[in-house]
Design a protein around this ligand. Sequence first.
Ligand SMILES: C[S@@+](CC[C@H](N)C(=O)[O-])C[C@H]1O[C@@H](n2cnc3c(N)ncnc32)[C@H](O)[C@@H]1O
Length: 537
Amino acid sequence: MTDQPEPFDLTSHNILTDKTTELLRIFPEIRTEGGQIDFDKLKLALGQTIDVGRERYGMNWPGKAECFKIIQAPSLGTLLPCPDESVDFDTTENLIIEGDNLEVLKLLQKAYLGKVKMIYIDPPYNTGNDFIYPDNYTESLQTYLEYTGQVDSSGKKFNNNSDADGRFHSKWLNMMYPRLYLARNLLQDTGLIFVSIDDHEIDNLHRICDEVFGESSFVGILTWITTTQPDNIGRARFGLQTNIEYVLVYSRCPSIELPPFVLASKGQTPKYPHKGRYGPCRFEIIERAFDGAYARPTLRFPILGIMPREGKQWQIGEKTARDLEARGRLEIVDRIVKRAVYPEDEANEQIGLIPFWSYLEKVSTSQAGKAELTRLLGSNHGFDTVKPVDLITEFLSHIPNDSLVLDFFSGSGTTAQAILEANKLDNGKRRFVLVQLPAPLDPDIVQQRTSVQYLDSIGKPRNIAEICKERVRRAIQKLNNAEAGQLPMNEKQDRGFRVFKLAESNFKGWDAQAPQDVKVLEKQLELHIEHLREGRA
Ligand SMILES: C[S@@+](CC[C@H](N)C(=O)[O-])C[C@H]1O[C@@H](n2cnc3c(N)ncnc32)[C@H](O)[C@@H]1O
């Protein structure tokens, strides 16, 4: 010990570093290899054009610059409510939206900005047989209307992306990049995104996610076994049968700022099943018997005005009790004082942290996922890319049980089923937003015939969004049936969903592409005298 005063830090606060850090936080895609700002990329992100002649580190592909135009082009669409296809339309907070997810993500930006805790997506893997949505920033809604046959059913033919196509990977990247970019805005600061993928595009996906979310937001790659039955078709080369898939995980903010993952593995009770003053927590008993050699009169004192019950003493001393009390970690639950343990407490104290393995050993296979859907629908469905419910449940175990979850490649709606079932298990209040293209199904395409037969048998239109809605209706029905006749144990759960469909805006758009000739201009002006489209309120 000396009597020298503590030296002052005479260096001034580096405002420039702060500003650079803030810019990199807002636009992770502008980070250079050395952690500085790539001003050309910043210009692109802000919608300005740049000369792309100079060499720089980063990923490039034909059409990347166009992606920024696609991101910035405002949507001309709207979401029309469909109460007849919904369940509990007036009260539910869950949504199933039918439409192209690019347009829908744009329409969700205002209402859901920074509100989503978890995104799970299972996009087309670009296997050579997938349909890759053809974005077009000058007429994206028009493309959608043509694709879904709402405008011109005879017109354009939409083909699958074949690996013989010279722009095979670029097309996929051009589809994925704007969607990931827009999705990131919707995540909360502590939000997570889980993206399913296989070995066709994992490298490209990893690199664009590094760019969109920032390398420091990379959390890890999870793997799981998709099949135990070799089929020796498709890509089996040299007898090698691919039986694993990956899930890339990124956080909205640098992953270092996240509380560590805690995992409630399959079969375990959730780690934070209770609702404390500050959110999900675990209430622990702090009383023990006051008898024999363990009896300590000093451990009998009031906490929150309550003494330990007859024949009991506290497990903690008065100093610890006052500290916990001051931090709001003691609560009266059913007239007993209990300790509330929150995830962040365990993160700080490093106790009770269950390791979270990147190999998801206990998750079921895709075959099990398909069989689950068959049982629920009571019929073969022909839907081939179903994920097992417990894969999604695994991800849900990393977020609080009142989170909003988004899945914008929802397919048959596995995510909704996982959420409804998880809520039943821990009386949670998770909500979902699903987005699914009403991708038309054609009975002349062998792989789609069973789906068409199923939809015909229940009198529904022939598209994938119908399979999704029907699955969620049945999942709800099944949960409700299982509880029929029982006394309600908990508050009524949200077991509904509102259906919305992407359509042209209620307001007529201004056609900026129209030739600038006086007659055409007059016609446009006339059209805009009455802004609202016919038949819309
Ligand atoms: C691999 S599947 C998802 C399967 C889903 N995880 C499940 O368990 O059923 C991908 C889905 O994304 C849909 N999709 C593809 N492009 C889309 C787009 N632009 N907008 C919305 N959905 C799209 C496809 O129709 C397909 O149903």
